[in-house]
Ligand binder design. Structure first.
Ligand SMILES: Nc1ncnc2c1ncn2[C@@H]1O[C@H](COP(=O)(O)OP(=O)(O)O)[C@@H](O)[C@H]1O
Ligand SMILES: [Mg+2]
Length: 328
């Protein structure tokens, strides 16, 4: 039997504004298995960040509301817990790192003080013990001269070092689930691959589960055990990573895979999917991907497909996978 640390079922989060109700996270279901990495992939604006912010209980409020579904973390429903309980779980149970470390690092405190503060917020340890652990964490994320970094403020560090410092802070309380939202998007390729290997090494050392969000299928291929592909708030395809790359079934997934830049080569013309992700206030009537889909038919423009099982452990939201499809 699988051992899931996180079970998200039929999660719906909407924004409410002058346009009415905007479904940013639209009936999303997935599991994160203990010690494994779940990848969430999709272009910008597909609902990846909102999905992970719902899991953390940190989605924008009051504009955003969870209007349905559940988020079971270690058996407790995060959508029903009071803020005080959520606060306790964040840090100790789950922690998050972002694309831009400055959003979670305090610019006026030293890295050491921030890590110590995080540790002492969640555990009753002496200053001395917190300091010892903070130094250990800084060394663990591969920062040379930990003493120097301990005493530095974030702006004194390079982007890659700041990202390492944020990872050290996130891991300082030994979370069971680490959520990484585009952790390497702002970094150059060399630093990007260092940070990804760091996350993999820490995962192996600590046994933490990882939710990794990226727009880059190359990163997914390297890191994830299972993948969900999101488009305009919905999951359009879900499978084990090897299966997804061997048999990409949704036209959006195929498009993302074809957009992976070839290794070690300057890219002149990337095979990008024409068109763009729809705004939530002007979603198409039928399949949300139909306006960009090379295979779309009249039915696709008129009706929304459900997500169906294409093969064991592999689900797809596309009429082409449904019985009786003959290109109607
Ligand atoms: N405060 C807000 N009010 C209305 N819509 C929002 C707000 N914040 C984000 N959105 C919309 O929610 C959708 C999902 O955003 P997000 O989860 O950030 O996408 P991703 O992380 O995949 O790039 C987007 O269409 C975005 O425009
Ligand atoms: Mg995002």
């Amino acid at each position: 039997m699988s051992d899931n640390i996180l079970q998200v079922r039929d999660l719906c989060m909407s924004f409410f504004n002058k346009h009415g109700e905007l479904p940013a996270v639209n009936h999303v279901s997935f599991d994160v298995e203990r010690g494994k990495t779940l990848g969430i992939v999709g272009e910008s604006g597909c609902g990846k960040s909102m999905t992970s912010l719902c899991v953390m209980g940190l989605y924008p409020q009051p504009q955003g509301k969870i209007v349905g579904g559940s988020i079971l973390f270690q058996g407790r429903d995060m959508t029903k817990l009071p803020p005080r309980e959520l606060h306790k779980i964040r840090g100790k149970g789950m922690a998050m790192i972002f694309q831009e470390p400055m959003t979670s690092l305090n610019p006026v405190l030293t890295i050491g003080d921030q890590i110590m503060e995080t540790i002492r917020l969640h555990e009753h340890v002496s200053r001395q013990e917190a300091k010892r652990r903070a130094m250990e964490m800084i060394a663990m994320v591969g920062i040379p001269m930990p003493e120097k970094i301990f005493a530095s403020c974030p702006h004194q560090l390079s982007g890659g070092m700041r990202q390492r410092a944020m990872i050290a802070m996130a891991l300082s309380c030994d979370p069971e689930l680490l959520i990484c939202d585009e952790p390497t998007t702002a970094l150059d390729v060399t630093v990007q691959s260092q940070i990804l290997s760091l996350i993999n090494r820490l995962k192996a050392q600590t046994g933490t589960s990882v939710m990794l969000i990226t727009h880059d299928m190359g990163v997914i291929n390297e890191m994830a055990d299972t993948v969900i592909v999101m488009y305009a708030g919905q999951i359009v395809e879900q499978a084990a990573t090897a299966d997804l790359f061997a048999h990409p079934t949704h036209p959006y997934t195929s498009g993302l895979i074809q957009s992976i830049p070839p290794l070690n080569r300057e890219v002149e013309e990337l095979n990008v999917i024409p068109g763009s992700v729809p705004m939530l206030y002007e979603l198409p009537k039928g399949c949300l991907f139909a306006p960009r889909c090379p295979y779309a038919t009249a039915r696709c423009a008129a009706e929304r497909p459900d997500i169906v099982t294409a093969s064991e452990g592999h689900q797809v939201r596309c009429f082409r996978c449904m019985p009786g499809w003959e290109g109607q």
